[in-house]
Design a protein around this ligand. Structure first.
Ligand SMILES: Nc1ncnc2c1ncn2[C@@H]1O[C@H](COP(=O)(O)OP(=O)(O)OP(=O)(O)O)[C@@H](O)[C@H]1O
Ligand SMILES: [Mg+2]
Length: 314
């Protein structure tokens, strides 16, 4: 679905292979959502390598903090997610305190398969109740799948009781039309393979509420004509061209290779997603994470009719 349709949802989860641009796109989508007037929260999930700080300044705390009027950011870390989860599940504050102070219970909770994931998803669900738009920087593909798949296992495991009740609520939310998945890929064969595999696995597991969106990051849009391509090949074969001239030809061939890779990746992704990916060129060279987010946000904003000057955070 288009960027406009994607941001029409209440919950946007961004995943993809490691290093493709998940954090950058989640942040950029949140910036655009906020610019559209939606009260938006960008969520980082307790990562080993937190990256929101490099984009928004300070490392975000568990409770969302405002970056602009409409744009908030938070980090769903384990301690906070567990407290929020227990507070929701247990009838008395006293019980929550007792559980948190009990080392044995803590260890059991830490080790129990799925507790972490359910607590994280439960927190995301809670934020959806509080915001117009929640954009989540999800873990990389395989982990994102496992995290979402936990709801199914929880329903198998708990035949009654509060965990089952919460899992049912969450399954309803994450499987609803309002919940959307966005994949970030780059024009490399291995990345495209992984994107397609994850798409197919998630589709089989019925994890898509609305249709997923695919972004092709670092896309090199076609510029060379067939004649120019033939000319480049001929120039390369001409040994009389050397020095700086040869470097120019090499640069031209490299550009051609990037364009071909983008075209091939786009075609393969379209075959699976049913529509061409949203192509985004690389932001200006030497960009720091914040600038990359700004570059991508400007590009995505244009697709929903918002100009750069109307992006408050930029
Ligand atoms: N379109 C772009 N233009 C320029 N730089 C980009 C672009 N997209 C991403 N980057 C840069 O590439 C790096 C990786 O991006 P990012 O951190 O968003 O990826 P990720 O998928 O979240 O990675 P990880 O799997 O480590 O969490 C970052 O330094 C980011 O600033
Ligand atoms: Mg990241």
């Amino acid at each position: 679905m288009s960027v406009r349709e994607l941001l029409d949802g209440r919950l946007v989860m961004v995943t993809g292979k490691g290093g493709t641009g998940k954090t950058t796109y989640a942040a950029a989508l949140a910036v655009v959502g906020a610019a559209q007037g939606q009260r938006t929260v960008f969520c980082e999930i307790d990562t080993q390598r937190p990256s929101a700080a490099a984009i928004f300044g300070e490392p975000p705390p568990f409770e969302p903090v405002a970056i602009t009027d409409k744009l908030h950011v938070c980090n769903i870390h384990w301690d906070g997610a567990l407290v929020a989860y227990l507070t929701r599940m247990l009838p008395l504050r006293r019980l929550v305190k007792a559980v948190l102070e009990n080392q044995v219970v803590q260890r059991v909770l830490d080790a129990a398969p799925g507790t972490r994931e359910v607590a994280f998803l439960s927190r995301i669900g809670q934020l959806v109740e509080q915001y117009d738009l929640v954009v989540v920087d999800m873990p990389a593909s395989g982990h994102a799948f496992s995290m979402l798949d936990i709801l199914r296992s929880a329903l198998d495991l708990f035949q009654s009781g509060p965990v089952r009740k919460r899992a049912i609520e969450l399954k309803e939310l994450f499987g609803s039309e309002a919940a959307r998945l966005a994949f970030v890929a780059i024009p490399e064969e291995m990345v495209v393979n992984e994107t397609i595999e994850t798409h197919d696995r998630m589709q089989k597991a019925d994890m898509f509420g609305g249709n997923p969106t695919c972004f092709l990051n670092r896309a090199t849009l076609p510029s060379l004509s067939d004649d120019e391509r033939t000319l480049l090949k001929r120039l390369w074969e001409n040994e009389a061209i050397d020095g700086i001239g040869r470097e120019y030809v090499r640069a031209g061939l490299w550009e051609d290779r990037l364009e071909q890779a983008t075209a091939e990746s786009s075609e393969r992704l379209e075959g699976v997603f049913g529509e061409p990916p949203v192509m985004v060129p690389p932001a200006a060279a030497g960009g720091v994470p914040r600038q990359a987010v700004a570059g991508v946000a400007v590009h995505l904003a244009r697709q929903v009719g918002i100009a750069r000057r109307d992006l408050p955070w930029i």
